[in-house]
Design a protein around this ligand. Sequence first.
Ligand SMILES: Nc1ncnc2c1ncn2[C@@H]1O[C@H](COP(=O)(O)OP(=O)(O)O)[C@@H](O)[C@H]1O
Ligand SMILES: [Mg+2]
Length: 337
Amino acid sequence: MIEIKQLCKSFPMPDGSQLQALDNINLTINDGEIFGIIGLSGAGKSTLVRCINLLERPTSGQVLLDGKDLTAMGPKELRKARQGMSMIFQGFNLLMQRTALENICFPLELNGLRGEAGWRKKRARELLEIVGLPDKADSYPSQLSGGQKQRIAIARALASDPKVLLCDEATSALDPTTTQSILALLKELNRSLGVTVVVITHEMRVVQQICSRVAILDGGVIQEEGAVADIFSNPRTEAGRRLVMPEGKKIHVLPENRLVRLVFNGASAGEPIISGLAAKQGIMLNIISADTRSIGDETFGEMVLGLPQDETEAARALIYLREVPGVTAEEVTDYVQ
Ligand SMILES: Nc1ncnc2c1ncn2[C@@H]1O[C@H](COP(=O)(O)OP(=O)(O)O)[C@@H](O)[C@H]1O
Ligand SMILES: [Mg+2]
């Protein structure tokens, strides 16, 4: 179990002031869970994860691993405790001059773990098997795809048999399909090895796919925390709403288009609503933009539809949409998504 208590971190700035990157963080991450920490860029996520393994020393507060305070440990004790926590990164951080196998052996050499080279190589081959790349032992990082590099980095992280795997934007450099496969691997490792996984990300769908609980970090403060389905279906804070219904680009529309914005709060998906309107009322609507996501059978997010040119049809469509349960429909003019 990781307990973070009243953790603060500030950085001295060149002008003599202090930048408070983390402000009174309190979190408990249970053994064996997959815990998400989500926030926009600059929220303090990387600082938090670096404070968890004490790569960065907190300005104040405590980090307890299985009840032992890492901030109170001497260098030797800390080095040992750190072996229980491994980290993977967005940029993989593999050594380019070493093969995949040698990369995986590297932490074993550093830690002086059960010394002998033959044993290390055997262990590295087992890990290659676990991450699904048994045939890449002799490949160099430059010969591997992004997803394969991250698999090697995961194997390397597992080499010291950690209890905790800290993942800082581990899939942010990968395409959606590769992201899915890496997340599936992390979930499988969590299940089969019982390793606790802390997933740091700016992407809601990453949290949705594998985390059971999530904390929303914004401006160095935990804004809300709880079960993923609860937080994402009913964000209580402004920061939560920003992540669940992100603001993005401005959509320029022709002035003759009347637009309606639908906000989904657990309704059925958007397409059935639109096809229902076509089938029951004979009214066709265009999807101008859609940013919805499903959690179980429920849909969250928003969609902007173009109303028909015909005034009475537009009015009927609005009435229909306003009566759909779990949907808020409002007409918008200059729509900013
Ligand atoms: N070593 C550092 N020195 C000064 N400021 C830092 C340092 N590391 C991070 N920061 C600042 O702390 C804030 C949080 O950064 P970071 O933890 O990297 O956010 P995130 O990972 O969520 O994008 C930012 O304002 C960043 O500029
Ligand atoms: Mg970061």
